[in-house]
Design a protein around this ligand. Structure first.
Ligand code: ADP
Ligand code: MG
Length: 439
């Protein structure tokens, strides 16, 4: 870790180098053999460069930490004007003039069961705006990819129909621009901006609730575009009918085209998303860590991404490898390993029976076919892991007189999980489903 480097530097580098100069640095990344240090200002940078940078390079190279050391002045870690000025010079201006996020393309969107329809509809609309479905209304919970899809449509249209006019705005931005247009006598400009477009993307339309005059204006915008066969795409956190305090005539228009939803992603999709994001950032995250994240952060893709970013950052800052053990430590405030509500043996029996395709009665019977016996043992194991029931109580729930049957089942499943990755996945899957469905 950085601390270790500092203590070695204290011995090997010229006196005072560490105390006076190096201690003011922060390691910000270690990637492809390059250690990047954040230094507080240009002066410190020059001092380090001229006095002992080459010594420091040798020191980390000899220990196999990094081949190169780069010093950068005031990045994100520090605040202040200087940082902003520096960054402005280094990076191309991030917000595109069209307001579209440069990361949100169809290419970077992972399709799974939970978002397949919304994705297909978005692509259809992007391919033939104004023709396929108008409006397209996408709804779903926070962090599930609505905004990503809307931007992807925008990018696609701009790429394939050069000169197309694409406007993306959140409904709040729409509202604010309308208010300021009214205050500054610029309502004509406002109308021109939102009505002379080929495709209008309005995000989080639920925020129009209770804003009567904005709804009124949006109603006219909508009609004008729709009559002209221009594409409208809307998103919301709930279906049209459930948006409270929004005019009925708008609700019914929202349903004119296609209403499609995005559901929380299943485990496979979560894994695929993590792999794609890691790959995109040039990282190779071990499979068991990807699995661990996907398993423990069940519902929200934004959180999943946040967790991935966090472990990458922690691994760089602490210079420690990305392992399940480290990830558990780094994410301990995010991951709720503890179950929240009581899970009953009944619930487990139901879940296991339907997973393996048996009746609950089979699990409770004394049938000994291999498949049923295995499912029964899994259910017993899960009951011990997830409930407060004693081995006796679990035995009774399975019509077993003797609790040693339960004990035996638990041991057997534990053994199997060690040896058989597929078995481990099955059990882990059931564990996380049961946990996320409880409480
Ligand atoms: P919403 O608008 O539904 O709240 P966002 O579109 O902002 O969600 O998505 C949250 C984050 O998750 C974004 O960084 C987005 O890129 C990412 N994301 C969501 N769905 C997917 C997906 N299917 N594939 C890749 N990334 C996704
Ligand atoms: Mg959004």
């Amino acid at each position: 870790t950085w601390k270790d480097i500092l203590s070695i530097a204290r011995e090997k580098l010229p006196q005072g180098a560490t105390e006076i100069w190096l201690k003011t640095c922060l390691p910000i990344s270690l990637d492809r053999g390059k250690l990047v240090l954040d230094v507080p200002n240009v002066f410190v940078k020059e001092q380090i460069q001229s006095r002992f940078l080459s010594g420091l390079k040798d020191l980390v190279a000899d220990r196999g930490i990094a081949r190169e050391v780069e010093l950068v002045v005031g990045t994100e870690v520090r605040d202040g004007e200087q940082k902003r000025a520096e960054n402005a010079l280094k990076q191309p201006p991030p917000p595109n003039p069209d307001g579209l996020n440069p990361n949100y393309y169809f290419d970077t969107f992972v399709v799974g069961k939970s978002n397949r329809l919304a994705h297909a509809a978005s692509l259809a609309v992007a391919e033939s705006p104004g023709v396929a479905y108008n409006p397209l209304f996408i709804w779903g919970g926070v962090g599930l990819g609505k905004t990503h899809l809307m931007h992807a449509i925008g990018h696609y249209v701009l790429e394939h129909l050069p000169g197309a006019r694409v406007v993306y705005a959140s409904s709040e931005k729409f509202t604010n621009e309308l208010i300021s247009a009214i205050q500054n006598n610029k309502t004509q400009e406002f109308k021109a901006k939102f009505r002379n477009v080929d495709i209008l993307l309005i995000d989080d339309i639920q925020f129009l609730a209770n804003k009567e005059s904005t709804q009124e204006e949006f109603f006219h915008t909508f009609n004008s575009l729709h009559n002209a066969k221009r594409q409208i795409v809307l998103s919301s956190d709930r279906p049209p009918k459930e948006i409270q305090s929004i005019e009925q005539r708008l609700v019914s228009r929202f349903e004119w085209g296609l209403v499609t939803d995005i559901q929380p992603p299943d485990l496979e999709t979560r894994i695929a998303i993590l792999q794609k994001k890691a790959e995109f950032r040039g990282y190779d995250i071990p499979e068991d860590v990807v699995y661990f994240l996907a398993q423990n952060i069940p519902s929200n893709i934004r959180e999943l991404e946040g967790a991935l970013n966090r472990i990458i950052a922690c691994s760089q800052l602490n210079m420690e490898p990305i392992t399940v053990e480290n990830a558990t430590e780094w994410l301990k405030d995010i991951i709720k390993m503890q179950q929240q509500g009581p899970i009953s043996v009944d619930l487990i029996q139901d879940a296991v029976a339907s997973y393996f395709g048996f009746d609950v009665e089979d699990l409770k019977s004394s049938k000994r076919t291999a498949d049923i016996a295995l499912a029964r043992q899994v259910a017993m194991y899960l009951s011990r892991e997830l409930t407060e029931s004693s081995l006796q109580q679990i035995g009774i729930a399975f019509n077993k007189k003797d609790h040693t049957t339960v004990l035996h089942a638990c041991r057997k499943i534990e053994e199997m999980m060690k040896e058989d990755l597929k078995m481990k996945k099955i059990v882990d899957n059931l564990l996380s489903n049961l946990r996320s469905n409880s409480g």
